[in-house]
Design a protein around this ligand. Structure first.
Ligand code: DLZ
Length: 161
């Protein structure tokens, strides 16, 4: 999937939103970049004191996202990196986390930012991690998308006048 065509999102009136970031721990260098990008985005948006939780691997992201979505957060952001190996395990983990996070979001009505990289190689992941020399900053993007969506949902949660 190409990163070309990504919108320049402008997000307003979001400082009071409660946002939780959940981050897996596999592939430490890439994860450091994603987590830093996510925290930088929250700072850019004026959202102080976000919750940051760490889980073992990407497969564990959906269950924690589901519980947080039920605890009053306005948006949840899931960060992880899955790198293809020599067995079909990659497909199962990617499918589990993608379907799981989609299900959480749709069933709870709480936006879940999808900051999970699914890459063939570590080089591809590093290029998307928001590190020095990276071409993309997927942690930052996932936060901005989730918060933008939360503001859209808030705009339609008021009764019609
Ligand atoms: C087992 C596994 C493998 C092989 N690769 C990754 C990976 O590249 N990225 C990741 O986040 N997690 C990986 N895991 C761990 C699974 O996500 C999960 O933590 C374990 O299967 C235990 O449930």
């Amino acid at each position: 999937m190409s990163g070309k065509g990504a919108p320049e999102l402008t997000v307003k009136n979001c400082q009071d939103l409660r946002v939780a970031v959940i981050a897996a721990q596999w592939h430490e260098q890439v994860m450091d970049g994603l987590v830093n990008g996510a925290l930088r985005a929250l700072g850019d948006l004026g959202i102080d004191e976000p919750t940051l939780l760490r889980v073992p691997g990407s497969f564990e992201l959906p269950v924690v996202a589901k519980v947080l979505a039920g605890r009053g957060y306005d948006a949840v952001v899931a960060l992880g990196v899955v790198i293809r190996g020599g067995t079909p395990h990659f497909e199962y983990v990617c499918q589990g986390v993608t379907n799981g996070l989609t299900q959480v979001s749709v069933e709870t009505g709480v936006p879940v930012g999808f900051g999970v990289l699914t890459c063939d190689t570590e080089e591809q992941a590093l290029a998307r991690a928001g590190l020095e020399g990276s071409t993309e900053d997927k942690g930052h993007e996932a936060v901005t998308a989730a918060v933008a969506t939360a503001t859209v949902l808030r705009s339609v949660s008021e009764p019609w006048r």
